[in-house]
Each structure stands twice: as structure tokens, then as C-alpha cells.
Design a protein around this ligand. Structure first.
Ligand SMILES: [Zn+2]
Ligand SMILES: [Zn+2]
Length: 323
């Protein structure tokens, strides 16, 4: 279907694509995989769950073949032939986007087009990372950027003890984490006051993986939430022994999206955003790269009705660091 794009949030993956760190992008390519828009035309999708004018969210997972071994075992996120929005199919840094309706989501009404955009990747992939931590009572997050901030709210809502690790010395982010409700916040070079049952590494910094492993209790799990990470240094086997696990999260399934968009408005998960007109997409990317944003960058498309930014920005004092 054809979607008139209203907003598109900027993700760290966009930077990895621009920097050539991910193999075989479609070229030339329109970036963007956190797209909010309205259905303008419905194609041959006679079974579309959407009507003309409906608001839809277009996520990273754009298409799967539906019949490989992964698709047939409920793991379409690993589909052998998957296509990804803003990477192997054109994305949403544009006024219009074409999407397969089967992979799009209806979006919760409580959010406007700007607020909801970051939920489409930071929220969804963060949620998949969070679910991999099972029933972890003490949950660590390494890197307190967009995805961590969203998932922290769900963890607190579900009564988990939250431990936040930032860049050493980033007191402002540590204070913001404590204000949100973290039990403890400190530098990634510090050990938490108690062992953790799980840790999610959102920062794309390989050395954080053995650091997180050392902070785990027996049977704990480290979940790597990013699509790209610098190399992981070697570490003693003793740090992994006692059934500790290291895993990664790749992409999302449609089921993750349905669960997440059901849960997010109940928490309610609040997003922090900073808006840019489409023409300033490169500025948004540059400021993201430099760690100069106080929320997720969201691009506003021309000729689209935009909600006013909430009168009371959710921005915490101090700069938030990208994960
Ligand atoms: Zn498949
Ligand atoms: Zn993303």
C-alpha cells in the first residue's frame, strides 16, 4: 500500500547504514524504518487490515517469505529472505512510502505522530531484547539512549530492579536514570552493588559484553540489543561458566510488535523527541552521531499535518547519550 508519511524517527541503525557498516544495502536507498503515516492507496492487498486514511506504523521488518524454516517456526525475524525497511527496501525519509500492509501496525491512539515514531524501532527491538531477559529480577542496561530509556519504563512498570550503566563520568545521565526509578546508576567501568540476573547491552561497544558478563549472577544472561557492535575482547571462561549466557537480538517479529503496542500505552511508555524538518535529515544524523540530541530525532514531512509538540517536553535535564 502507499502511505503518506507524517513522521519518521532516526535510529542508530541509520548511521550504521550511512557509514557502510552493514552489508549489501539497496542503493540508491531512502533511509528510515520508524515510519508513521496514513494510508493513501491500497494496492492488490485485498485482505488488508487497513482502510484508506488509517494511521499505520511501518517498522524495520518489511517483508518475509513466509515459508523458510525460520518463518515456519515462529522466527520470522530470522527469515532467510527477509527485507528491511530503510536498508534493503526504501524507507521513510520521504513524503511517501510503499509498504506491505501485512507487516505494518495500527498505532495506539494515545500517542501523536511524533511521540509514537521512536516506538517503532527503539521500542520494538528494545522490547524483544527485554523479553529475552525472562523474569530477571535485577536487570542491568548498558547505555542509556533511546531504546534503554523506553525499555527501562517497562521494566519498572513490571517491578524489575533497574541498574543503569552509562559512560564513566556521565553524571547527568546517571541522575536522569535514578530520577526515572533506577535502583542504581553508575559508570560502565563500575560493578553494581549486587549481581544481576540479566543485562542488556544497548551501546555498540564490544568491551561492554565481558563487563556485563562479570556483573551477572549464576545463570544470568547478557542480551546484545544492537545490529552492529565493535569486537568483543576475550575473557576468562570462568566468567561465562555457571550457565551464564550471551545472546543477541535480531530484528523483530510481528508478534513482538502486537505485544509491545498493547503494553506501551498501559505503562504508559513516554518518548523523548526532538523534531527536524525532512530537509534537515543530515543535521539530525550529525547531531545524533555527536551525542547532541536530547531525545530521539523525528523527521517531519512537508505537507503533513503535524501535532503540536507536547507543551511539557519529557526531556530530562542534561544531555542524553546515544546508546
Ligand atoms: Zn522466511
Ligand atoms: Zn532501528
Amino acid at each position: 500500500m502507499l502511505v503518506r508519511v507524517a513522521t519518521c524517527a532516526v535510529c542508530r541503525t541509520d548511521l550504521h547504514v550511512v557509514d557502510g557498516e552493514l552489508p549489501d544495502p539497496k542503493l540508491p536507498l531512502i533511509l528510515g524504518h520508524q515510519i508513521v503515516g496514513r494510508v493513501q492507496e491500497i494496492g492488490e492487498e485485498t485482505d488488508s487490515k487497513f482502510q484508506m486514511g488509517d494511521r499505520v506504523g511501518i517498522p524495520w521488518l518489511g517483508w518475509t517469505d513466509g515459508d523458510c524454516a525460520y518463518c515456519r517456526s515462529g522466527r520470522e525475524n530470522l527469515c532467510d529472505n527477509a527485507r528491511f525497511t530503510g536498508y534493503t527496501i526504501n524507507g521513510g525519509y520521504a513524503e511517501f512510502a510503499v509498504a506491505d500492509a501485512r507487516f505494518c501496525f495500527p498505532l495506539p491512539e494515545r500517542y501523536n505522530d511524533v511521540e509514537v515514531a521512536p516506538l517503532l524501532c527503539a521500542g520494538l527491538i528494545g522490547y524483544r531484547s527485554y523479553r529475552k531477559t525472562g523474569n530477571a529480577r535485577r536487570l542491568g542496561v548498558y547505555g542509556f539512549g533511546n531504546a534503554a530509556h523506553l525499555i527501562a519504563q517497562i521494566a519498572l512498570y513490571e517491578g524489575r530492579g533497574l541498574f543503569v550503566f552509562t559512560r564513566p563520568g556521565d553524571i547527568a545521565t546517571q541522575q536522569a536514570a535514578k530520577k526515572l526509578g533506577a535502583v542504581w546508576a553508575g559508570g560502565s567501568d563500575e560493578m553494581p552493588p549486587e549481581k544481576l540476573d540479566a543485562a542488556i547491552v544497548f551501546a555498540s561497544v564490544g568491551p561492554l559484553v565481558p563487563a556485563a558478563l562479570r556483573a551477572l549472577a549464576k545463570g544470568g544472561i547478557v542480551v546484545c540489543g544492537g545490529i552492529h557492535m565493535s569486537d568483543i575482547p576475550s575473557f576468562p571462561y570462568a566468567d561465562l561458566w555457571e550457565e551464564r549466557v550471551i545472546t543477541s537480538v535480531a530484528n523483530l517479529t510481528r508478534r513482538d510488535g502486537e505485544e509491545f503496542f498493547d503494553l506501551a500505552p498501559r505503562v504508559p511508555v513516554q518518548t523523548k523527541t526532538e523534531t527536524f524538518p525532512l530537509e534537515q535529515a543530515n543535521t539530525a544524523l550529525d547531531r545524533f552521531r555527536a551525542g547532541e540530541l536530547s531525545g530521539t530525532a523525528v523527521l517531519l514531512m512537508p505537507n503533513s499535518d503535524h501535532p503540536k509538540q507536547s507543551e511539557e517536553p519529557q526531556t530530562q535535564p542534561g544531555r542524553s547519550r546515544p546508546a
